[in-house]
Ligand binder design. Structure first.
Ligand SMILES: [Zn+2]
Length: 573
């Protein structure tokens, strides 16, 4: 029988960790049917001579919930070899949601994840109320990658409790209704239930998001539903405020994992922020202790620092200052003309001294742009390429004999795409390496779809391949592909994805191991309603294949939309 697609002469890295081998890959009806020497005729053949052929990557921590409505290709993840994402993380979701609360939900996502409200109100056709109806909406949307989704605690709490969710303990009746909704969601195919206890997660009114109001009994009850059903993952945005609070959070989380018997996931990070931060290795030891006690707990890690990103075209740390605010409202060309004027510059530089002093409060990337402290110029880098080896603004200021603000003005005038990165967590490469090497962490924390103009983590897969494999040789290509594909697919129970072997779904990525890397991030006004976001593409990826169809060729979308909604193992038809 003829094949739909044949990838010839590639070097296969199959995701199992086994050594690479030369071979062909035959695809029919969305599945891999032959691997090795394949002579069958095919409707389409791709010559992969000199290229790696690997299973497509899985990213389990994204916030594509809103974007899936207007972006069929699944950017920016799709540009980095990702073929499957899980959304609805950290308790934020667009379902369940009553029609009268849509705008409030949208504003919440704006406050926490920097997804513009106007994009959500104009770019989404809100046809759902319940979680199963939302899944049906995702299923209907044209998609070039696969999506799984959690039911989010903050959304669920608002749905059941209304505004009481913002400051009250759930009543027995509230709890029963929330339990029923979690059961309904798991039965409909939710990947699990997500929540957050992170102090950086606040509403538009700067109050804690609903999931943070919930007591632990409520968490026990809702995760307990998944325990009874024997299905579903509990993902939680961790308490990162500081020493004792984080330790208490982790200890209580261990009880949830043990009592429910369900897999638990949270983001592992290294931070100097907050009062008395625990050493980052504390979380890794904790993962081992949980395993020893019989719990399944995964740490989610990125592959580089999580950064607040600044540029002339998006945010600068000084935008909150009165003289800056006035200037920043002008069209870009006018801003540049004023920035070049010596008298104006003098005022702008002097104003920086009025910024809030630095303190120990843990700030996420969002707060760094909307509620900034005076920058630590030793921890603010002028990005020159993607090699993670950029000069700090302080170094440039010393070398040029200029004030740091003048350095940033000059660099931005010379190149209005100049990007500045301020690591929020995971500042040192060795911290990330320690986390990535730990057997109970997953390389999967892009936050794709969120913080659209403030952070850019979507390049985590190409950064892994270019930086950790090629430049640092800390992982072999086989180990890296295994982490990005198989390990994540297995952790989320995607039994027929993440490995390049006959019988598996044909999600594939074909790339040049010597050239693959992230491109530089840029600011583009391509959201519904014309709002801005950071965009980061990649180089060196020849083709991306989802369910047997080529979706991207050399970074260009083919127009094919073979992506599907993935229903979790608890799904009952
Ligand atoms: Zn998140």
């Amino acid at each position: 029988m003829a094949l739909d697609l044949l990838i010839k002469n590639g070097t296969i890295v199959d995701g199992s960790g086994a050594p690479r081998h030369r071979g062909d890959v035959g695809v029919r009806d969305g599945r891999i049917v032959e691997v090795g020497r394949v002579d069958s005729v095919a409707e389409r053949t791709i010559d992969a001579d000199g290229l790696i052929v690997a299973p497509g990557f899985v990213d389990g921590h994204t916030h594509m919930d809103a974007q899936v409505a207007w972006d069929p290709i699944g950017s920016c993840s799709c540009w980095h070899g990702v073929t499957t994402v899980v959304m609805g993380n950290c308790g934020f979701a667009l379902a369940p949601c009553k029609p009268e609360e849509r705008e409030w939900f949208a504003r919440c996502l704006t406050a926490v994840e920097d997804i513009p409200t106007e994009s959500m109100m104009s770019g989404i056709d809100w046809t759902w109320e319940t979680f199963p109806e939302y899944l049906a909406h995702v299923e209907r949307m044209p998609k070039a990658i696969n999506y799984g989704a959690y039911i989010g605690h903050s959304a669920l709490r608002m749905y059941v409790m209304g505004k009481r969710a913002l400051d009250q303990t759930a009543t027995p009746d509230d709890l029963r209704r929330m339990e029923a909704a979690v059961e309904e969601a798991i039965r409909a195919g939710a990947m699990g239930f997500s929540s957050s206890r992170s102090t950086t997660h606040v509403t538009p009114d700067n109050t804690p998001v609903p999931s943070r109001i919930a007591d632990w009994t409520e968490v026990d009850r809702l995760v307990g539903v998944m325990g009874r059903l024997g299905s579903g993952i509990f993902q939680v945005g961790p308490d990162i405020s500081g020493g004792a609070a984080q330790r208490a959070f982790l200890a209580r989380l261990k009880r949830v994992a043990l009592e429910s018997g369900r897999p638990v996931m949270f983001g592992t990070i290294a931070s100097r922020q907050g009062e008395d931060p625990n050493p980052w290795t504390y979380q890794l030891d904790y993962l081992d202790e949980c395993a020893a006690a019989g719990a399944t707990v995964w740490g989610q890690s990125g592959t580089r620092s999580i950064n607040a990103i600044f540029s002339l075209k998006s945010y600068l740390p000084f935008d909150v200052l009165p003289a800056w605010r006035e200037l920043r409202r002008l069209p870009l060309a006018e801003q540049k003309a004023r920035l070049a004027d010596p008298a104006t510059r003098k005022v702008l530089v002097a104003e920086e001294a009025r910024m809030k002093p630095r303190d120990n409060v843990f700030q996420g990337g969002g707060a760094a742009t909307t509620d900034p402290r005076r920058p630590d110029y030793d921890n603010l880098y002028a990005m020159k390429d993607v090699e993670w080896n950029d000069p700090t603004v302080a170094e440039l200021a010393a070398a040029r004999g200029q004030h740091p603000v003048e350095v940033m003005i000059d660099l931005s005038l010379a190149n209005d795409n100049q990007v500045y990165v301020q690591p929020i967590v995971n500042e040192r490469p060795e911290q990330i390496l320690g986390m990535l090497r730990h057997p109970r962490t997953l390389a999967t924390f892009s936050d794709s779809g969120a913080h659209v103009c403030q952070e850019m983590g979507s390049s985590l897969q190409t950064h892994m391949l270019s930086y950790w494999v090629r430049a640092r040789q800390a992982f072999t290509l086989e180990q890296a592909v295994r982490k990005l594909a198989h390990d994540n697919a297995a952790a989320w129970g995607l039994a027929d994805r993440g490995v390049l072997q006959p019988g598996y779904r044909a999600d594939l990525v074909v790339f040049d191991a010597e050239r693959v890397r992230p491109a530089m991030p840029t600011v583009e006004a391509d959201l519904p309603g014309g709002a801005r976001r950071l965009v980061q593409k990649a180089e060196g990826i020849a083709a991306t294949i989802v369910n047997g169809e080529v979706t991207l060729e050399h970074g260009q979308p083919t127009g094919r939309r073979p992506g599907v909604l993935l229903r979790g193992p608890g799904h009952r038809a």
